[in-house]
Design a protein around this ligand. Structure first.
Ligand SMILES: Cc1cc2nc3c(=O)[nH]c(=O)nc-3n(C[C@H](O)[C@H](O)[C@H](O)COP(=O)(O)OP(=O)(O)OC[C@H]3O[C@@H](n4cnc5c(N)ncnc54)[C@H](O)[C@@H]3O)c2cc1C
Ligand SMILES: NC(=O)c1ccc[n+]([C@@H]2O[C@H](COP(=O)([O-])OP(=O)(O)OC[C@H]3O[C@@H](n4cnc5c(N)ncnc54)[C@H](O)[C@@H]3O)[C@@H](O)[C@H]2O)c1
Length: 499
């Protein structure tokens, strides 16, 4: 089988071992790992190799959060505080945007191609869609179409797009989604954010610290970060309110109006300023309207499956592609169709998509896992790590207390203040947050852990290892945390449990 690399525009082979549709983080990894195992692989991408994460997700959002985080951290350290102004005054938005541009490679995927090239993966530019069993049509940017055949497997890795809810007037108001927000070139004076999940919370704080005078988060559920422990959302809310971000929970936008959309080239003509947007809220307890200069929609994700031709193989035309633990699409016979990453809806996180990609590649190539077992997803749902990069951070892995009980586990949760250890105080005067472990009382092992606080992002992997390794509490007792680190919170938690 030929291994032509047509990333530069060649034609490539029409029959290969594996075809991957979508070259985001999940698609890249499944393609690379299959190729490393000696298979011929073509990956089809209609935008940029690297996907949402690289250009409009993880990377730009974390880059835009970072300046505000550093300035806030410095302000909490007597001796350093004088070197920076106020939390927002110290942030240079133009320089932050320039750094963002650098981190996204100037929105070019040139830097992402060598990794695939080195593995002999062929990249086809165009939109892929299923046209039969193991058959995929590629619609090239020039309108040409070619049908490719996979002798072994087709892997769907097309990810998701921002969901725009059917709120009257919202679409006409030309709202921001994660792409426009992470790609912003100016800071709106007033920003309204619909949705208080990870996207909404991170970007609300990023823009407040980049200089937005008013940021208002409207969340329909009872709290921010609903997937996490309730105390996490409450503590992030308290931090938001302390720095002037308004949070409305239990409220929905029922109408949106923008007098003059005024986008460059739009109804108001090139360069016309956009008029303010007025968001009408339902529910009680707060204002009826929020007025802002931009409105960011962050209410969840819609799988990019509508154009994939799924009915051809007997699957519903839209929605997430359901998979088994080997990442095979359920309901499709013959073990040839796989789905990895956001598109299967299991865990919408880059690292989990890449883990699923390794599982799928090994399932396709027949490689056993390091323990000699057939490749399978053994992390989800019990050991999914996640970090929300707000300040304070919410770093968690495994099940929340409620999710553990819902899964039928008999658990006991203990909490301690993250600030109860010297490492937190040495870091600064602003220590906040709660840390918690959720313990399976029958096995005396961790099934969940959450650390809210500063610099907790690096603590979560220790908890992941404790959960995946099913380390008994009695053994964890001998894992001595260094002094003075924030990790000493582990010791406080074990003591709180009664050890
Ligand atoms: C603002 C924001 C911040 C985030 N921050 C984090 C974070 O900090 N950490 C984290 O773990 N996750 C984060 N995420 C989630 C993360 O971005 C996704 O989980 C991840 O990008 C999913 O990877 P994927 O490969 O499954 O899909 P995607 O990254 O969406 O890639 C799919 C690719 O498929 C292509 N494609 C789609 N349809 C077709 C087609 N028919 N033919 C050819 N190509 C096609 C697309 O162009 C795209 O390149 C964030 C998301 C957002 C929106
Ligand atoms: N740091 C990270 O790892 C990170 C950062 C960003 C995104 N992500 C991933 O991206 C995924 C998508 O994030 P997201 O924040 O878009 O979705 P989400 O599902 O996490 O949160 C969306 C929120 O919007 C609320 N909502 C829904 N409809 C609403 C409406 N009409 N009005 C007001 N609120 C409404 C929901 O109650 C929910 O709390 C997440 O699942 C997460 O895994 C991860």
């Amino acid at each position: 089988m030929s291994r032509s690399d047509d990333a530069a525009g060649g034609t490539g082979a029409s029959e290969v071992d594996v075809i991957v549709i979508g070259a985001g983080p999940a698609g890249e990894v499944v393609a690379g790992r299959c190729a490393e195992a000696g298979l011929s692989v073509t990956v089809i991408e209609h935008e940029r190799v690297g996907g949402e994460c690289s250009y409009w997700g993880c990377i730009p959002s974390k880059t835009l959060l970072r300046p505000g985080e550093v300035v806030a951290a410095a302000r909490a350290v007597p001796g350093a505080a004088g070197a920076v102004g106020g939390v927002r005054a110290g942030v240079d938005a133009a320089a932050a945007f320039a750094r963002r541009d650098e981190m996204v490679g100037g929105y070019s995927d040139e830097g992402q191609l060598p990794w695939l090239r080195e593995r002999g993966v062929s990249v086809r530019r165009g939109a892929g869609r299923l046209v039969g069993e193991r058959r995929v049509a590629v619609l090239a940017p020039d309108g040409g179409e070619q049908v490719l055949t996979a002798t072994r497997a087709v892997v769907l890795a097309t990810g998701t797009r921002a969901t725009i809810p059917p709120v009257p007037g919202l679409a006409e108001a030309d709202p921001w989604d994660n792409r426009s927000a992470t790609g912003a070139r100016a800071v709106p004076a007033r920003l309204a954010v619909l949705g208080g999940g990870a996207v909404g919370a991170e970007l609300a704080q990023a823009f407040r610290r980049l200089g937005s005078a008013e940021v208002t988060v409207v969340e329909s559920g009872p709290r921010l970060l609903a997937r996490e422990e309730p105390f996490a959302g409450d503590e992030v809310r308290a931090a938001f309110e302390a720095e002037g971000i308004t949070v409305h929970t239990g409220r929905r936008a029922v109408a949106v109006r923008r007098e003059a959309p005024g986008t460059p080239g739009g109804p108001g003509g090139p360069g016309t300023p956009r008029g303010p947007v007025v968001v009408t809220l339902d529910g009680d307890g707060g204002p009826e309207h929020v007025v802002a200069d931009e409105i960011l929609v962050a209410v969840g994700r819609t799988p990019a499956t509508g154009e994939l031709g799924l009915p051809v193989v007997g699957l519903p035309a839209r929605g997430f592609v359901e998979v088994d633990d080997r990442m095979r699409a359920t309901g499709v016979a013959g073990d040839w169709l796989y789905a990895v990453g956001d598109v299967n809806g299991r865990a919408l996180l880059t690292h989990m998509g890449k883990y699923q990609a390794r599982v799928a590649a090994d399932a396709i190539t027949g490689r056993l896992d390091p323990a000699g077992r057939p490749a399978a997803d053994r992390a989800d749902p019990g050991a999914v790590p996640r970090v929300t990069f707000t300040d304070p951070q919410v770093s968690a892995v495994g099940r929340t207390e409620a999710a553990a009980r819902a899964a039928g586990l008999d658990v006991r949760a203990v909490t301690v203040p993250t600030a109860s250890v010297a490492g937190s105080s040495v870091r600064g005067t602003d220590a906040v947050g709660t840390s918690q472990i959720v313990v399976d009382t029958a096995r005396r092992v961790l099934v969940g852990a959450t650390f809210v606080g500063h610099d907790t992002q690096e603590m979560v992997h220790a908890a992941a290892i404790a959960i995946v390794g099913a380390v008994p509490l009695e053994d964890l007792w001998h894992a001595v945390p260094s002094f003075p680190t924030v990790s000493e919170v582990w010791l406080r938690l074990l003591e709180a449990y009664g050890l």
